[in-house]
Design a protein around this ligand. Structure first.
Ligand SMILES: Cc1ncc(COP(=O)(O)O)c(C=O)c1O
Length: 420
């Protein structure tokens, strides 16, 4: 199936007389006729459901769809994007280990890596996404267990050179995790460029309507954990009846371990209702993404032509520094988010307060146009120096172009610009 069909159909095949739409299995538990059947499920010998913290029929259908969309072998939904990032790292690194991350990432992920994981004994080395030599130098340090970057960085909108990052990581037998939230598999499939694990905040374009929080981890199924000395995959897991993930689940050891061990213990599972809502969003992802791109390109061109706007970052603009990489990784489609700088915090606030159609929201990537001031919201915990290295200026506004009529979005912005 082509990706447009996968968005609509993948993951659920109703049998004769079954509901046509993926049903919401709003049940924490499942009934069996024999203790043997339950035992087999616990031993991962048979497929099925016994407790929704680990797996649920609605959730499983949506997981299959996302795995298919990304071209991965398996997926696991989580309660939020933050949970997906956390579990993807904890699946690889323990106290005393290091990870490497692009410095241009979502503020919440930055805090997770810079503060919380550090407290847990996992240190993060931040590297400028364009500094491949810096990446190689960081990889030569002892104890690096994961490399992390965002396809389209939030909010700096830099495009990760996935192929170069994957090659450098693989030279040291370390897997590359790519957060593909802003691109979605409709615009970019990081596995095709060498990524090993893909994660998402499904709360963004995948859901698309700003109704349900969620995250997902997708297994590329190709990374060689033996070569990298990742014994947690290649040796018996004593906490799970001695299972060896690479032997029993060779096509998806990453997601199987994340579920059997980390989801079991940390319990950050998505609600079946949220998975159901996410699936409805996914059914139109292929229709929404081109419209987001089209609107954002027209708005970026308008902003670029206005003298009151100091700088516009939109990877889909031919004049943008990121355009060549955008062409390679996203087919020239810049997705729906634009960053622009009006020169100062005060001007940014005045412009945002004057907007009518575009609402001030702590969110991006849904059907409605929204604006956010990163320096005073999502990234407010960062020092000026950290803000600079994350590519955030005081007067920078992040505009998430919705799927309304583009002329209305531009007219709203023009009126607000007249007010500053
Ligand atoms: C790129 C990116 N990754 C991860 C997250 C975290 O996702 P969530 O808010 O679903 O926890 C966000 C949230 O804005 C994000 O933009």
């Amino acid at each position: 199936m082509k990706i447009n069909t996968k968005c609509v159909q993948s993951g659920y095949e109703p049998k004769n007389g079954d509901p046509r739409v993926v049903p919401v299995s709003m049940s924490t538990t499942f009934k069996y006729d024999s203790t043997q059947e339950v035992g087999d499920l616990f031993d991962l010998k048979s497929d099925g459901f016994f407790y929704t913290r680990l797996a649920n029929p609605t959730t499983a259908a949506v997981e299959r769809k996302i795995a298919d969309l990304e071209g991965g072998t398996a997926a696991m939904l989580t309660s939020s994007g933050q949970a997906a990032t956390t579990l993807s790292i904890l699946n690889l690194a323990s106290s005393g280990d290091k990870i490497i991350s692009s410095s241009e990432i979502y503020g919440g992920t930055y805090n997770l890596f810079n503060v919380t994981l550090k407290r847990m004994g996992i240190d993060c080395i931040f590297v400028d996404p364009d500094d491949i030599d810096g990446l190689k130098k960081a990889l030569s340090e002892k104890g690096v267990r994961a490399v992390f970057g965002e396809t389209l960085a939030n909010p700096a909108l830099k495009v990760l050179d996935i192929e170069k990052w994957a090659r450098a990581a693989h030279e040291h037998n370390v897997p590359l995790i790519v957060d593909n939230t802003f691109a979605t598999p409709v615009l970019c499939r990081p596995f095709e460029f060498g990524a090993d694990i893909v994660i998402h905040s499904t709360s963004k374009y995948m859901d698309g309507h700003a109704v349900s929080l969620g995250g997902v981890i997708v297994d590329g199924g190709k990374f060689d954990y033996k070569k990298g000395g990742y014994t947690q995959f290649t040796q018996p897991d004593e906490s799970y009846h001695g299972v060896v993930y690479t032997e029993s689940f060779p096509s998806a050891p990453f997601v199987t371990k994340a579920r059997a061990q980390l989801m079991r213990d940390l319990g950050s599972m998505i609600s079946p209702m949220n998975a159901f809502l996410l699936n409805i969003g996914l059914e139109t992802l292929h229709l929404r993404m081109p419209r987001h791109c089209e609107n954002a390109l027209a708005v970026a061109e308008f902003l670029k032509s206005d003298k009151r706007v100091k700088e516009v970052a939109y990877p889909g603009l031919k004049s943008d520094k990121q355009y060549e990489k955008c062409k390679k990784y996203l087919n020239g489609n810049g997705s729906g988010v634009i960053s622009f700088d009006v020169g100062s915090k005060e001007k940014a606030a005045k412009l945002m307060d004057s907007l009518k159609l575009a609402k001030i929201v702590v969110h991006v990537a849904d059907a409605r146009t929204g604006v956010l001031h990163p320096a005073s919201s999502t990234h407010r915990q960062l020092s000026d120096k950290e803000l600079e290295s994350a590519g955030i200026k005081p007067g920078m506004i992040r505009l998430s172009c919705g799927i309304e009529d583009c002329e209305d979005i531009i007219s709203d912005l023009r009126t607000a610009l007249n007010n500053i």
